[in-house]
Ligand binder design. Structure first.
Ligand code: NA7
Length: 891
């Protein structure tokens, strides 16, 4: 940007009249530039306000040595115009800051964007004027602005965080911030330089600073994981993929999890040998691609502490292999957070830099900084005299640029800072209730920093402009998120966050890097593709969760929550819908069995247990197969007799294998899964009688099976839970076996179809009303259905063993499960209810697929241990480890 142009724009705007606009946008980075392009094309009068002297956003300010993108540049580009894509060629796999800045300048020139940008202009206040229904902006340069829509394209990492160290002002040497690096050359040659901070900015700049400085001292508070970038020309195979099918490549990125076209990894760590895992890791290490290593090694690395630890250990090995001094290597090796939970970095020679004689690492965990003095930095052990201090201390991320930069006052005079005092609340990360016509591009609550920003920015820009166009066509002039929608989004965000490991690290993702900032995972962790489909759903659902008004149209408010399912349940159901399967009941019994067997082959293998054995036991009318899962701990163990699901028609003793393994591991108990007889070959009461007979046989042979003699427990899912419930009643009435507890997961308990859950969830959640009709028809004649051996809710319930009854919100069987639990309680049976919000009939047994079911599985395991008279602390909780626990485990 030539100075003359800046001056011209400023003087044009200094008139005393308020400038009237359709849209004002803050920020001329990736987001603002494309937004301006689209808004202008759509016919909105638009002005961009930018504090800097030229376009570039974060790439204007972050000019420190070594600044580069760390998403491959061919992915970190605009995709809206194929001509632009062929007009610009990137020279490197990861472009430098100057090249990215040139690119953004090229884009600004190509679409003549600068003529609608007021540079060197800060917004000093933004107020929603209820009378005119417009935003009124004050700026420090030029006329005030009145606009219908106000859009923050301010970036997620653009408000540098103060260093919070005493004495910075006393320092007599040079001070630089990586996020506000000078435009003129900074000469470090021959100087003693200190760098504080080892996030991406520190890790990128430290190797280059070390080459110039006489002495470099790095002050590290938290070690970070860094991987070699292997920078060079853009990789030929990715270019070939892009050029082979540009549209397809870009579309795949848009629907991927991270905004980069990689497929979902399905192999899980425990299916791979050490050698196989190492081979995958070495390949990833050689690839030099963050998204690749974060998503392609094994499916559990991003969601499971144990799967993640395997990878973290391999990276620590690399650090030790590179850094010669073992104490320095140990200090550089992260142990306090799972890999990926804090933003990992791409580096060029970062770890090797510590082998240079002029580089020293100071571990602030062992000697915290006391203060900065006139001559340098003092820790509580030593003083370091330096000529230059570089603060690579990061940003007030996600909310800083929106909230801290200027007061934003919405409806009723409420300030955004107050509304967000306990953390950002948004609807879709795009809007905030109480702030009509205000949009944020890649705001908190959207995938933003957990994605390829270029993809997320284009999606947000497109979504906003498309909505404004649609509103204009319909005559609406205001749009505002409802409280219901926002609360629902906050809940969905929290559900998503339980899926990942981000909550286990103190990072700028959670606000932990800024003292006093509210804590919580701020970006949307549910993935780019799922997020895009949700935004589309909102738009296609009549602007679900928004109130729209206009002068000549009646108000429209299609209120509600856009996602009520757990995020992984939503993905599973979405995949099932896409498969366009025929209704199971149309396949016939054998066809349905074949289908289920085939379907089960595609699920993750169950986790290892001590031993899996098979055998035969005595059923009601002959031998039945069983499968026994034994814990790895020394026995004898309590025994749980397990009955699989499948509507009395489908499945076998193997079909709930991952669930049996999971429960065996969590409880430390033997699970014996019984292959009871099925209909239509063996109709009612064969399955029920087998259940009782099998339980008796197992109780009698407990010692032979390695189990504890004495009472057993029963458990089952769906029709299997029906058998478990019936078994308890029969055992009580027939003088044994003794049963100490029953775990009923989504049980069938009654033959009527008139409870509301049969209507609410009749279709769309895999187990349908018509499938249940079919199961009942095959299993049981109408005359037999009221028999308590088919409908245990109709039986006598007193004197039954303690129970845990688990039900799922989106399950036709929900209400009969609840009815059974209530009836048991009324009969004086100790009963615990587990109502799984956002889950469907198969959620709790789909181990390692529906990961959000883990807390329910923990609760179920605790109940079984209670039934067995064991202490609760033996329950393995899987992914619920806290940062403290990770630290403790790491020693
Ligand atoms: P980051 O990733 O937030 O890193 C900041 C670093 O500065 C980090 O190592 C911090 O340690 C350290 N820090 C912050 N404040 C202090 C104080 N007071 N004393 C000592 N050390 C401190 O910012 P970056 O600019 O490197 O990267 C930001 C993102 O930009 C990056 O993730 C990419 O997405 C691009 P801590 O970890 O808090 O202990």
């Amino acid at each position: 940007m030539q100075d003359a142009t800046v001056a011209a724009r400023a003087s044009e705007a200094t008139s005393s009249t308020t400038q009237q606009l359709d849209v004002a946008v803050v920020g001329a980075g990736f987001a603002g530039l494309y937004l301006l392009y689209r808004l202008r094309k759509a016919g909105f009068t638009t002005l961009l306000l930018e504090e800097a002297g030229d376009v570039g956003g974060t790439w204007y300010w972050n000019r420190y040595p070594g600044a580069r993108c760390d998403i491959q540049t061919i992915d970190y580009s605009y995709t809206f115009d194929p001509d632009l894509e062929s007009a610009w060629q990137w020279s490197e796999k990861y472009a430098t800051q100057p090249e990215i800045l040139r690119y953004l300048g090229f884009v600004a020139d190509r679409y003549e964007l600068r003529r609608d940008i007021r540079f060197q202009t800060k917004v000093t206040a933004a107020n929603w004027d209820e009378a005119t229904e417009r935003w009124l902006l004050k700026t420090d340069n030029g006329a005030a602005i009145s606009c219908r829509y106000y859009i923050m394209a301010t970036g997620c990492l653009s408000a540098p965080k103060p260093p919070e160290i005493d004495g910075v002002k006393d320092f007599k040497g040079e001070v630089y911030f990586t996020g506000r690096w000078p435009h003129e050359e900074v000469k470090l040659a021959g100087k003693r330089v200190a760098v504080i901070g080892t996030g991406s900015s520190g890790i990128q700049s430290i190797p280059l600073i070390s080459e110039q400085a006489a002495q470099l001292t790095v002050f590290q508070r938290t070690p970070n994981f860094a991987l070699p970038a292997h920078n060079g020309p853009p990789p030929a195979e990715r270019i070939a993929m892009l050029q082979g099918d540009r549209a397809g490549y870009r579309e795949q990125a848009r629907w991927s999890m991270a905004g980069v076209p990689y497929p979902q990894q399905t192999a899980v760590s425990w299916q791979l040998s050490d050698a196989e895992r190492r081979e995958r890791f070495e390949q990833a290490w050689a690839t030099g691609d963050l998204v690749y290593i974060l998503t392609q090694l094994w499916a559990d690395q991003g969601v499971d502490v144990e799967g993640n630890a395997l990878l973290a250990e391999l990276i620590r090995e690399k650090i030790h292999a590179t850094v010669k001094d073992s104490d320095t290597a140990a200090a550089l090796s992260p142990h306090d957070h799972p890999f990926g939970a804090k933003r990992p970095c791409l580096d060029t020679n970062y770890y090797a830099t510590y082998n240079r004689p002029n580089v020293t690492l100071v571990n602030l965990r062992q000697e915290p900084i006391k203060q900065i003095t006139a001559s340098g930095i003092r820790t509580d052990k030593r003083a370091f005299d330096v000529d230059v201090i570089v603060f690579a201390t990061g940003f007030d991320a996600m909310t800083g640029a929106i909230m801290a930069v200027h007061p934003i006052t919405g409806r009723g005079g409420k300030s955004l800072s107050d509304v967000w005092a306990n953390g950002p609340q948004t609807y879709l990360g795009l809007t905030v209730a109480g702030f009509p016509n205000l949009f944020m591009i890649t705001g908190p609550g959207s995938p933003s920093v957990l994605s390829n920003m270029a993809v997320s920015i284009e999606q947000h820009d497109d979504w906003v402009v498309d909505r404004l166009v649609a509103m204009r066509e319909a005559g609406f002039t205001t749009v505002e998120a409802t409280d219901t929608a926002q609360a629902g989004w906050t809940r969905h965000m929290a559900d998503c966050a339980t899926l990942t490991l981000h909550r286990l690290a103190n990072t700028w993702y959670t606000g932990a890097n800024v003292p006093g900032k509210a804590q919580g995972v701020m970006p949307y962790t549910g993935g780019v593709g799922p997020y895009r489909s949700i935004c589309n759903e909102v738009a296609n659902g009549g602007m679900l969760g928004f109130r729209l008004t206009g002068p000549n149209v009646s108000e429209q408010c299609n209120d509600g929550e856009v996602v009520r399912l757990q995020p992984d349940v939503r993905l599973v159901l979405g995949m099932l819908t896409e498969m366009n399967l025929p209704p199971i009941e149309s396949l016939g019994a054998q066809g349905a069995r074949d289908f289920v067997n085939e379907f089960n082959k595609g699920r993750p293998a169950g986790r290892p247990v001590g031993e899996v054995g098979v055998g035969a036991l005595q059923g009601a009318d002959g031998p039945l197969p069983y499968r026994l899962y034994r814990p790895a701990t020394p026995g004898p163990h309590p025994i749980v007799v397990y009955f699989h699901g499948g509507g009395w028609v489908l499945g076998d003793e193997q079909s709930d294998d991952p669930f049996c393994r999971d429960m065996c591991r969590r409880t430390g108990m033997i699970f014996v899964s019984v292959g009871y007889r099925h209909a239509p070959e063996h109709r009612f009461p064969a399955a029920a009688e087998d259940g009782c007979a099998a339980t008796r046989w197992i109780a009698e042979h407990a010692a032979d099976l390695g189990g504890k003699p004495g009472p057993v427990m029963v458990a089952g899912w769906s029709a299997g839970a029906n058998i478990a419930a019936v078994t308890c009643q029969l055992a009580r009435d027939r003088g044994g076996p003794e049963i100490s507890g029953q775990l009923l997961v989504c049980p069938v308990t009654d033959c009527t179809f008139d409870r509301p859950s049969y209507t609410d969830n009749a279709t769309g959640y895999f187990l349908t009303r018509s499938l249940m009709y079919w199961f009942w028809d095959i299993y049981c004649s109408p005359a037999d259905r009221t028999d308590p051996r088919a409908s245990p809710l109709r039986g006598k319930l007193d004197g039954l063993p303690s129970a845990l009854v688990a039900t799922c919100e989106f399950d036709p069987l929900r209400d009969e499960g609840v009815a059974y639990a209530e009836a048991l309680a009324a009969a004086g049976v100790p009963v615990e209810q587990l109502k799984a919000r956002g889950h469907f009939h198969s959620s709790l047994t789909m181990v390692d697929v529906v990961i959000t079911g883990v807390s329910a599985r923990v609760q179920m395991a605790e109940a079984l241990r209670r039934f067995a008279g064991l202490p609760a602390e033996g329950v393995r909780t899987g992914r619920t480890a806290s940062p403290q626990e990770i630290n403790a485990a790491a020693g």
